[in-house]
Design a protein around this ligand. Structure first.
Ligand SMILES: Cc1ncc(COP(=O)(O)O)c(C=O)c1O
Length: 320
């Protein structure tokens, strides 16, 4: 047993050994960088991170980096909650990300993951008097959840961590243990995704997505005070729903049973993109098929993120 474990560790290979990463102020290969066993963030969840997508457009031979400024601005705010400081300005971070994508010569959809974490190798739970490190890696990435035929969700038995305990508004690595509990409960129970309620029983969000439902001719989404991550995609959709569909958007608390009685439901996020929900807790949503408005929104969104809609040119930065 001991020998087997040792061999496994010795032969463990990183998933993407040769990709370029930006680590501690310089570009390096993924496999040339290792973290110490005692790294504080690994034990205590003391890091803040982002997830950013870049979309490949085959026709234009171009890669479009989506909303990097919004993501790095949010990261700065997350860092502040955790008594950390990003070592670069948003502009510098965007430029390093562009350089990283160029170096890797990606010709596919890509996921970009910046992480600011407590790198001190010492025991002791706290935020103060510790060292921090920063890196960005990027890897080819397809769909995180199904986006075409619609997904089946369950309302999780796990509640969202309240702002009073661990602020969901900050994208803190440790908070994602809660998302992992919810996601695995859903997947292992035969569902695609979890919808998580606040401690007082209102709908908060998916395990890694914000949520919109359509009811009586308006889209409704939980307010930022219902323990959600203030999603970049959520912000884009609020504008798009009003501008493109001419449908009002209401930010208000949502009861659990409104999930069962709405006409359309969708989850959204950088990873999830726009994912139509066709069933919750074994109850069909609307007619049990992808909703008409959701479909239209998704068509416009996918065109925009791939750099095909001049109107949304300012959403992305072309890399090559
Ligand atoms: C918990 C949670 N909510 C919402 C989102 C959606 O946020 P964004 O659209 O900024 O990716 C994410 C995605 O990272 C998330 O992890």
């Amino acid at each position: 047993m001991g020998v087997e474990t040792k061999n496994k560790a010795a032969t463990a290979k990183p998933a993407h050994p040769n990709v370029w990463v930006f680590y501690e102020g310089e570009f390096a290969r993924y496999h040339d960088r290792r973290l110490g066993l005692m790294t504080h963030a690994l034990h205590y969840g003391t890091g803040v991170f982002e997830g950013i997508r870049a979309y490949w457009n085959q026709k234009q031979n171009q890669l479009f980096l989506l909303q990097p400024v919004a993501h790095f601005d949010r990261m700065k705010r997350s860092a502040n909650v955790m008594r950390m400081t990003l070592p670069y300005s948003t502009e510098e971070l965007v430029n390093y990300t562009i350089e990283l994508l160029r170096r890797n010569e990606f010709k596919s959809d890509v996921y970009v993951r910046p992480l600011l974490y407590t790198s001190s190798e010492e025991i002791g739970v706290r935020l103060h008097n510790l060292d921090h490190s920063f890196f960005i890696y990027a890897i080819p990435f397809g769909n995180y959840v199904e986006v075409e035929s619609g997904i089946r969700c369950m309302v999780s038995s796990w509640r969202r961590v309240p702002d009073q305990a661990l602020p969901a508004r900050a994208k803190i690595t440790g908070s994602y243990a809660q998302s992992a509990l919810a996601k695995s409960e859903a997947n292992e129970g035969g569902f695609d995704e979890a919808i998580v309620l606040t401690v007082d029983g209102h709908v908060s969000e998916g395990s890694a997505e914000n949520l919109f439902l359509l009811k009586d001719g308006a889209f409704i989404t939980p307010p930022v005070t219902d323990d959600i991550l203030e999603g970049v995609t959520r912000g884009l959709l609020i504008k798009m729903i009003k501008d493109e569909l001419n449908v009002p958007v209401i930010e208000r608390s949502i009861d659990r049973t409104e999930l069962y009685t709405c006409d359309e439901l969708l989850l959204c996020g950088t990873g999830a993109q726009i994912s139509p929900v066709i069933e919750v807790d074994r109850r069909p949503i609307g007619n049990g098929k992808v909703g008409e408005f959701t479909q239209e929104l998704q068509n416009i969104y996918f065109g925009a993120v791939r750099g095909e809609a001049p109107k949304y040119k300012d959403w992305s930065i072309p890399i090559f």
